[in-house]
Design a protein around this ligand. Structure first.
Ligand SMILES: Cc1cc2nc3c(=O)[nH]c(=O)nc-3n(C[C@H](O)[C@H](O)[C@H](O)COP(=O)(O)OP(=O)(O)OC[C@H]3O[C@@H](n4cnc5c(N)ncnc54)[C@H](O)[C@@H]3O)c2cc1C
Length: 302
């Protein structure tokens, strides 16, 4: 019986594991994820914050039991893969468990690169990623009076649209001159910007850098910028994001100039029997004949 181990339970890992099982029920498929959940849409999180989507339940595709019982996937949640022994064909978790494989699929996604800013570890400085942590943040939003969102990238724009709907005075800090200035012209963004300012009362701080955070008793009280201080109970940082490739690099998998894993058209890496998919992977965009990774959207072309 072929053994497939998938690392990661985001869209890529869930898709890889379920597709493998759909193609051949006899495969032994193990999906290992650090998080508590799989198969949800992180993209919907800002819309739950703003109550355009009523509940987090609406972001889940299927419950965990579906993948375990109906799909027959050996699902290991809250389990971190620490190392891979490629000669032996096995992955090892931080708890010392061994999962042997014939084929390994890396779907380790992306992570934030925490910026080197003063007091970035204060309670109230938020990086949204895992849905459980987002649920906790959502529970705190009713007590938030003022929030700062750093960077007018797509996630930042979604947040500044959501937070005023929770009666939060919302500030956007961005070094550019208009919303999503890295990939849109000013006139394209003007109607959206007008709506955010005029209808939702968002305060825009363009041409401004984030320089640090201040707090009391470990909690955020203000955000420091190149143009002065902004009082805030919460600050959302939506960048920088980078592909999660630590495990891949540890077994000699090739990465490209964006830092993401290089794969061929069959999602094979340069290491035999190891595949990769999703946000940790660099891919080729046929219309542009260029190599991209998910970060190309925010970090420019490869
Ligand atoms: C709030 C938010 C809003 C978004 N909005 C949009 C949007 O509107 N449009 C859009 O296109 N994209 C959006 N995205 C990005 C989109 O969600 C990602 O592109 C997508 O999640 C990538 O899926 P993935 O499976 O490749 O990786 P990820 O979702 O990053 O999943 C990585 C998985 O790997 C696991 N993992 C990593 N390392 C290990 C390890 N060592 N051991 C065990 N498990 C490990 C993690 O637990 C996780 O399950 C948004 C993301 C967020 C957070």
């Amino acid at each position: 019986m072929q053994r497939i181990v998938v690392i990661g339970g985001g869209g890529a890992g869930t898709g890889a594991a379920t597709n493998a099982k759909q193609l051949d029920r006899s495969l032994e498929v193990t999906l290992i994820t650090e998080f508590e959940d799989i198969a949800y849409s992180p993209c919907g999180i800002p819309y739950v914050f703003g109550r355009d989507i009523k509940k987090f339940d609406g972001l889940f595709l299927q419950p965990l039991e579906f993948y375990r019982e109906e799909m027959g996937i050996n699902l290991k949640t809250e389990t971190v893969v620490e190392s891979i022994d490629i000669d032996k064909g096995a992955v090892y978790t931080t708890e010392g468990e061994e999962y042997p494989f014939d084929k390994l699929i890396l779907c380790t996604g992306w992570e934030y690169e925490v910026p080197n800013l003063e007091n970035v570890d204060l309670d109230g400085v938020i990086f949204i990623k895992n849905i459980r942590r987002a649920m906790e943040i959502d529970g705190r939003l009713d007590n938030v009076k003022k929030a700062v969102v750093w960077q007018a990238k797509p996630l930042g724009v979604e947040l500044i649209e959501a937070l005023p709907k929770r009666d939060i005075e919302t500030h956007l800090v961005d070094s550019g001159s208009w919303l999503m200035s890295e990939f849109s012209d000013a006139d394209m963004m003007e109607p959206l910007q007008d709506h955010l300012v005029d209808d939702l009362g968002v305060k825009m701080h363009f041409g401004t850098d984030l320089t640090g955070f201040s707090g009391e008793n470990g909690k955020l009280t203000s955000v420091q910028t190149s143009d002065g201080s902004i009082d805030a109970d919460m600050a959302f940082l939506v960048d920088p994001m980078k592909p999660s490739t630590k495990l891949a690099k540890s077994i000699g998998i090739k990465t490209g100039s964006t830092g993401a894993i290089v794969v061929n058209n069959h999602m094979e890496t340069n290491v035999e029997n190891v595949y990769a998919a999703g946000a940790c992977v660099k891919y080729t965009c046929k219309p542009y004949s260029r190599n991209l990774c998910i970060y190309s959207r925010t970090h420019g072309w490869d």
